[in-house]
Design a protein around this ligand. Structure first.
Ligand code: SAM
Length: 326
């Protein structure tokens, strides 16, 4: 069922600042055809700031910085400090794999950034290495603690649940929210992998919820206006919260409020649909802010609220999450 036109305000822009990543997660950057973009194809910070300002005028109030791994791009903290002063952008969030947080968290905090999402699928060192290709679990855990101590809040942990890989750790990961003020969110695997891999490792969210129920009553908690598709729960005795994101078993297209800007300047109305509008060329050709604003308006119009991708994909869609920014 489609939504009423205009029912969901499009107020959230995810900006991927790089396609580079210091991890090679099996389900994300692993896709064989993934190639790094030439540096000149990647939008410069001043270009991103200009587009953010135009987006702010078009009604975008929340921006999430993502990648690739945003912390591998030099000068990120300085960019965030400037982004904070862009009119209209009231809320800035960052999604990171956390590997560089021990080093960079203080500089990020100084920019005024407070909303941090850290991706972490396992608490076991060898498993972390198998999933990500790197031996960095200790750095991520240290980065989380340092970020919490500095005062980042909310501090969300994103875990993609993978059958036969980490699904036996759902309760251990959930316990992070008992002992720390973290929001631990479980995410369904999306089809940016081969069909066989997706079928073998996909875990539907109802199954995850069933496992979580042994911890006690899952009490639904309230959401902010620009909140994403997570359903959040409180549990008695927990300092933090749990969350579930089910893009596959429960599409949230009818309430989707987001646009995505890729590192090479493509504006995508939907993560999984092929449609995209190139902003880089018009930007570099010198188009006015008003004309560039038209592209945002077009992308917003394309968000019909209808689901545009198949629930069970029959082939690899030909993109990696790292190239779009998740
Ligand atoms: N490097 C940063 C990080 O690790 O958070 C930001 C980019 S990463 C593409 C953003 C998020 O997408 C991560 O939480 C990652 O786990 C998630 N992701 C990547 N591929 C996915 C897939 N196939 N299904 C579900 N989530 C995925």
């Amino acid at each position: 069922m489609g939504k009423d036109p205009g029912a969901t305000k499009i107020n959230y822009l995810r900006i991927s600042v790089t396609d580079r990543c210091n991890l090679r997660c099996r389900y994300c950057t692993y896709w064989r055809d993934w190639r790094k973009l030439p540096a000149k194809e990647i939008l410069r910070y001043e270009e991103l700031l200009r587009l953010a300002a135009i987006a702010g005028r078009m009604g975008i109030s929340k921006v999430r910085i993502t990648g690739g791994e945003p912390l591998v791009r030099r000068g990120l903290a300085e960019f965030l400090g400037k982004l904070r002063h862009v009119p209209g952008i009231a809320k800035i969030c960052l999604t990171t794999n956390g590997v560089l947080l021990p080093e960079l968290a203080p500089a990020l905090y100084k920019t005024g950034l407070r909303h941090l999402n850290v991706s972490l699928d396992t608490l076991r060192r060898e498993r972390y290495r198998q999933i990500t290709g790197q031996d960095n679990l200790a750095e991520v855990l240290a980065g989380l603690e340092k970020s919490a101590a500095l005062g980042f809040h909310p501090l969300k942990i994103n875990c993609v649940v993978l059958r036969g890989i980490n699904d036996d750790e759902v309760l251990d990961l959930a316990m992070l929210a008992r002992d720390h003020p973290y929001q631990v969110r479980f995410i369904e695997l999306m089809p940016s992998v081969s069909r066989q891999w997706w079928q073998r490792h996909f875990v539907p969210m109802p199954e995850v919820l069933q496992r979580l129920m042994v911890l006690g009553p899952l009490l639904p908690s309230t959401q902010e206006a620009t909140a994403g598709p997570a359903r959040n729960f409180r549990l008695p005795g927990f300092r933090g919260e749990l969350g579930c994101i089910s893009p596959m078993s429960g599409h949230h297209c009818h309430t989707c409020n987001r646009l995505r800007l890729t590192a090479d300047g493509k504006l995508r109305p939907c993560l999984l649909a092929p449609s995209k509008l190139d902003l880089k060329e018009p930007l570099r050709l010198g188009l006015s802010d008003d004309l560039l604003g038209y592209f945002f308006k077009e992308a917003m119009k394309k968000k019909t609220g209808k689901t545009e991708f198949p629930l069970f994909p029959s082939h690899h869609p030909g993109w990696s999450m790292a190239s779009i920014g998740g």
